[in-house]
Design a protein around this ligand. Structure first.
Ligand code: NIG
Ligand code: FE
Length: 420
């Protein structure tokens, strides 16, 4: 008789395995199985199928899925979840009419979180970040990317990496870090932005590369991200930083077209970036370039929503042009204090006009591809890690249909129940 560590039985409905990435119209591909079961050995799925097919299996531990909907744990490929303080005061100012860019130009925005983060110790950063990871996990996210970028000096950027490393070792959620030293021009370089680019290129990137070399938690290359936007980094500055990062072995990602289409998208494609994120003001000719590449377009619908705006990513154009689309929360204290991928899906269905199947795939299999974790997570199939969210919903359409309540009843990470 086949025997496993864990057997998850009584799954009401199961979203079955998919090959990453799902490009263009394939994003709608979703096969579901009713009355299913999953066998897990050493954290990995060893059998998956109908309850009847797995009826011969025994296990050390049987997990009763209580008829719930089983989906791959969400993969959130873009967050700034590690920071100190909050920006509730700016939320109030924005309601009264101030814009995000105005607050940033006046020394608030990202800089306000930089001041709080610079003043925090590693222990304080860990303590403030942990509850956010608890919430992400409780909302079904089993793998999360977390950026630095609230240090903007070498020492604090390294402190952020240390905090993220400590969380990776002590929190059940899977964490993939990204270095984002070029997140904003810090106040001390306000009149000398090129001096800050020099600092990133000459000091931060080599120091972070050396730190990455000596850590033992992650095996793959670290990614370097940059905010290519008016008031942050120009295309020329972005290119300079990313070329140096690439030479040091970093993978590349870019924040582009959040407010203005500067030309970050073609630069990302040219440099072979993993993803371009935000993609709101992107012109059609840049969508066409992106759609022909392996670079994923990561839409963050919580961000325009969080800013009370009405322009969202042209996701349908990217899909129609055969591109790769993923969804993320952008969880951050300024524009999108959102810890819920179901909420990103709910907004994505309405304003990006994603069908429920497309939104689910964009938040699992394609979002895993966006951070190149797709060989282990983002899909439920033999050989994949048993990262599963069990939702108290009749079927996958209800994930985006409902909003404002948490549908997640149980979360399993590598075969272990980590939230219920
Ligand atoms: O993705 N655009 C730049 N970075 C974040 C916002 C970070 C912040 O406001 O603290 C974003 O929206
Ligand atoms: Fe971001």
């Amino acid at each position: 008789m086949p025997h496993a560590d864990q057997l998850i039985i009584n799954i009401g409905r199961l979203a079955t395995g998919q090959q990453a990435p799902l490009r263009g119209p394939n994003l709608a591909q979703l096969t579901c199985l009713d009355q299913a079961a999953i066998a897990v050995q050493a954290g990995t799925i060893v059998a998956i199928g109908s309850q009847a097919e797995l009826s011969a299996w025994t296990a050390d531990q049987v997990i009763d899925a209580q008829g719930y909907l089983a989906i791959p744990g969400f993969v959130d490929p873009h967050t700034h979840a590690c920071y100190a303080g909050d920006r509730a005061h700016e939320f109030e100012l924005r309601i009264k009419g101030a814009s995000y860019s105005e607050l940033m130009a006046a020394g608030g925005g990202i800089m306000s979180t930089v001041r709080a983060t610079r003043a925090a110790s590693i222990a304080e950063l860990v303590a403030q970040t942990r509850p956010r990871l608890d919430q992400l996990l409780a909302h079904g996210t089993t793998t999360v990317e977390i950026k630095t970028g609230y240090g903007l000096d070498t020492a604090t950027e390294l402190t952020m990496l240390e905090a993220i490393a400590e969380l990776a070792q002590t929190h059940p959620i899977g964490i993939v870090p990204t270095f984002m030293g070029a997140h904003a021009i810090p106040a001390e370089y306000r009149d000398n932005p090129e001096g800050f680019v020099d600092l990133v290129v000459e000091e931060m990137l080599p120091a972070v590369a050396a730190w990455w070399q000596q850590q033992t938690i992650w095996q793959e290359p670290l990614a370097c991200d940059i905010f290519c936007e008016n008031g942050a980094f120009s295309v020329a500055q972005s290119q300079r930083i990313l070329l140096k990062a690439k030479a040091l072995g970093f993978r590349l990602k870019l924040h582009v077209d959040e407010f203005e289409p500067l030309g970050g998208t073609p630069l990302a494609v040219e440099l072979g970036a993993l993803s371009v994120d935000h993609l709101v003001a992107t012109p059609p000719e840049h969508i066409a370039i992106l759609a022909q590449s392996e670079t994923v377009g990561v839409s963050l619908p919580g961000t325009p929503f969080g800013l009370g705006k009405s322009q969202f990513s042209p996701a349908r154009s990217l899909i129609e042009a055969n591109g790769i689309l993923a969804l993320a929360t952008d969880c951050n204290p300024g524009t999108s204090p959102c810890e819920s991928m179901p909420m990103a899906i709910a907004i994505g269905c309405r304003y990006l006009r994603l069908t429920p199947a497309e939104a689910l795939n964009a938040a699992t299999v394609n979002s895993a591809f966006a951070i190149r974790q797709h060989e282990r997570v983002g899909s439920l199939a033999v050989g994949m890690q048993a990262d599963i969210a069990l939702l108290n919903l009749p079927d996958e359409r209800h994930i985006g249909y409902k909003f404002g309540t948490n549908p997640v009843a149980m979360v399993i990470k590598a075969g272990r129940v980590v939230h219920q």
